[in-house]
Structures are given as C-alpha cells and as structure tokens.
Write a protein that binds this ligand. Structure first.
Ligand SMILES: [Zn+2]
Length: 424
C-alpha cells in the first residue's frame, strides 16, 4: 500500500507501542488500547489505514468472529490479510488490526452491528458480509429492526458489494438498498425475531405461498423460504444455496463443505465465506481447502484438557446462540451450562426464558456460573433434570474422565478459558 502521511505513521506506531505495553503488563491482547491511542492522535487513522486495500467487513448478531476467521483463511491464498482475529470489533480494534499489518493488501474486519454504518463510511470497504440479526441479551425485536434500518440507510447509494443471507428476512431487508447484492441461502435456525415483515409489519409466511409454488425453484420451495402476506417483500432468489453439508454455487456446481468446525451454524458461516471469496476472485476449489484448516476460533469454539477430561467449550451469548450450541453439543455426552450476568453479558437474564431447553432431557446436565439459580429455575420449569454446582471446578470433578460439552455465555466462557488455560 502507499506510504501513510507522517502524522498517521506516528499515530500508528505509538498505537502499536501502547498495545505492546498493554500486552506486557498483562492487560489483554492490547488491540483496543493500541487503537484508541492511535485514534486519539490521528482521528482519521482508520480511513488512512484502510485506503488502498481490498477490505471485507463482516457483521451479524452471531458468527462474526468465526466467519471473519474463515474469510481470512480463504484470502490467505492470495497473500497477507490484516484482521481483528480476537473479536475487537469496534473502530479502535480495526485501527489496531490494520496498523499491525500495514502492508497486507487484504483486510477482513469483524464489525459490531451498531458500528457498521460508521465503519463502512470511514473505511469505504468494497465488500460487506451480512449473516443474521436477532435479539442479543436484552435487545428486543424493535431494536434490531432499527439496526436493520440504519444498515439500509448506510448502504443506499454506496458502491459496496453486499453478500447477505437471504434466509434471514431482517438481514434481507437491511441489505436490499445496496446497489449490488449476492444472496446466500445460508439458513435461519432462530426465527422468533422474524414473524413480522420488516417492510410493512404484516405477517411473514414460511410456506404455502398461495400460488401452489408455481414458478419457484427447489431452493425457494425449501422451508427456509418466506414471503410477506400483505406486501411484495419476499425472499430473493438465492445465488448460493447451503443444503446440509453441501453448497451450490451460482453455476449450479455442488461442493461438499467438510469443514472441521462443528454444527450447521458453522456450515452457514462457511457458505458465506465461500461467496465472499468468490467475489474477490477465489473460486471454491481453492477456498474450500483453506476453510478446512480452521479447527477452532479464539473465544468461540475451543477444547481444553484437564485430568483426563476433554472439555469442548461453546459460546452462547443470546437465544439464537444457544440454539446453535445445542446443534453442536453431542446428546450422548454430559453437559455443563454456565451463565453469568456481568456487563458484557447483560445484567438481565430474562432471555433465558426465550430458549427451549427441553432438548437437554436425557443427558447429565450440570449448572454453574454466577446466575446458576436463574438457569436452575428455567430448567425446572422446562422439566430438565440437572445438578447445581457451586463452581465450574466442582462440576468438572463430578463427571468421569472423557469428553464433556460446555455451553457458557460471554464472561463465563472467558473465565473458564482463563482458568483452564488457552488451548486455541
Ligand atoms: Zn410486508
């Protein structure tokens, strides 16, 4: 990339120094503090660092970190890629990611949903990947509708190529003001936030289109199809279709994903990554082997070992995330659930009532975390037998050596990972 102006160079260098100091003093990976220092010295730093790169932004309620990782992995086929691998997904984290890899011709940045219009405006990114929108912690449907509306405004009239999941009505609505959209039928497991048409408020039908399905393709006939009963808003014809293990590309060619990350949600992330990669000229034959090299994602899916027990940690920070984690968890294994309610988790745990826990019946369930009593009450009402544990350590000790699944929300996950050591 071209040389940064002197002031931006200085800001970027000082930001890196701050990040190094932050790491050295044990205050995390330093990406946020480094970026903040840089932005303080040069408010226009993100714009300058983003210039002259091929930049992809990735946003969604769930799966941002994983999809960012998958796209990065694919684009490394072309060369160096700057990315915020540790989920620091606001502008300070973006500055840090780009400053730490100034010469990389590609950048892939995970972006917090709320910051997307601002980051799009600042970076002028050419490609945007949008996957799903659902209530997060205490955010309710009305708030995510406002979020989608902000996306629409930010995309209107902008020369960005959007790759969006057309199985999510709200994402479709949010993306549809963009001049150019590639639609990916990537599935939608959590539907509680999309009963209403975002355009007119009418009911969304998921099947039975009233015309007997005439003129619809097989993909459109799948149960992921949707249409508003009262206006013309409906699912666009997908360019890419995910069906179980297989992805069909725009030429009709089928690709078996065979990725190492578990569950349907990750297959959806991989389908999005393939579509993004192709937009940049990388076909699935070259992208797929790279997606298959991703085995764990920092802070999302990881396995830790202790005393003969192999603990697979799954992050679930909102109702849609719990459904994804249930899909991955092995029904034959015991499972530990850990819920906290600190700042990053949201203090209010009433969202636990949005999750259907009955799927856990029949396997040993252990409950821990700061808000274990909230979860215990929820499980009691759902008729799921469980054992209450004072600590995560105690829960692990109660289980025999072997494989164990763990589902934890944000700070609970971080605590377990810190205590049991990073094994990414
Ligand atoms: Zn409508």
């Amino acid at each position: 990339m071209s040389q940064l102006p002197l002031r931006a160079q200085l800001a970027s260098a000082l930001g890196r120094t701050a990040a190094t100091l932050s790491r050295a003093t044990g205050r995390g990976d330093g990406s946020v503090i480094g970026g903040r220092v840089g932005l303080m010295l040069e408010p226009d730093l993100l714009r300058k660092l983003a210039a002259d790169r091929k930049l992809v932004l990735v946003s969604a309620t769930n799966g941002k970190t994983t999809t960012t990782r998958l796209i990065t992995s694919a684009l490394q086929e072309f060369g160096d890629v700057a990315t915020n691998a540790f989920g620091a997904n606001m502008p300070a984290g973006h500055v840090s990611a780009l400053a730490s890899n100034k010469d990389a011709p590609y950048g892939v940045l995970e972006v917090d949903e709320k910051y997307l219009p601002e980051v799009l405006d600042t970076t002028d990114a050419g490609i945007l990947c949008l996957m799903n929108l659902s209530r997060d912690q205490m955010d309710r449907a009305a708030e995510i509708w406002l979020l989608a509306q902000k996306w629409r405004r930010a995309l209107a009239g902008r020369p960005v190529h959007v790759i969006a999941n057309c199985d999510d009505p709200l994402v479709t609505w949010g993306a549809s003001t963009a001049a150019r959209v590639t639609w990916v039928a990537a599935g939608q497991r959590w539907r509680e936030d999309s009963w209403c048409c975002p355009e007119c408020g009418g009911p969304l039908d998921r099947s039975g289109f009233g015309n007997g399905g005439q003129g619809l393709t097989a993909a459109q006939m799948a149960d992921t199809n949707w249409a508003c009963r009262e206006c013309t808003f409906r699912r666009p014809e997908p360019n890419w279709v995910l069906d179980g293990e297989y992805v069909t590309d725009p030429r009709g060619q089928h690709w078996r994903l065979d990725i190492q990350l578990p569950g349907q949600a990750n297959r959806a992330n991989a389908a999005m990554a393939l579509a993004v990669a192709e937009t940049l000229g990388l076909d699935p034959a070259r992208a797929l082997p790279r997606l298959r090299t991703v085995t764990s994602v920092a802070g999302r899916y990881t396995t830790v070992e202790r005393d003969g027990r192999s603990l697979r940690l799954l992050l679930a920070k909102n109702p849609a995330g719990w459904l994804e984690a249930f899909d991955v968890a092995d029904p034959a294994l015991p499972i530990i659930l850990s819920v906290n309610a600190q700042g990053p988790d949201g203090r209010d745990t009433s969202w636990l009532w949005d999750v259907d826990y009955r799927i856990l019946r029949g396997r040993p369930v252990l409950v821990t975390g700061e808000r274990r009593l909230d979860l215990a009450l929820r499980l009691t009402v759902a008729g799921v037998p469980f054992q209450l544990c004072d600590s995560f350590e105690q829960a692990v000790g109660l289980l025999a050596p072997g494989k164990i699944d763990v589902i934890a929300n944000y700070t609970a996950f971080q605590q377990i990972r810190a205590e049991f050591g990073r094994a990414v």
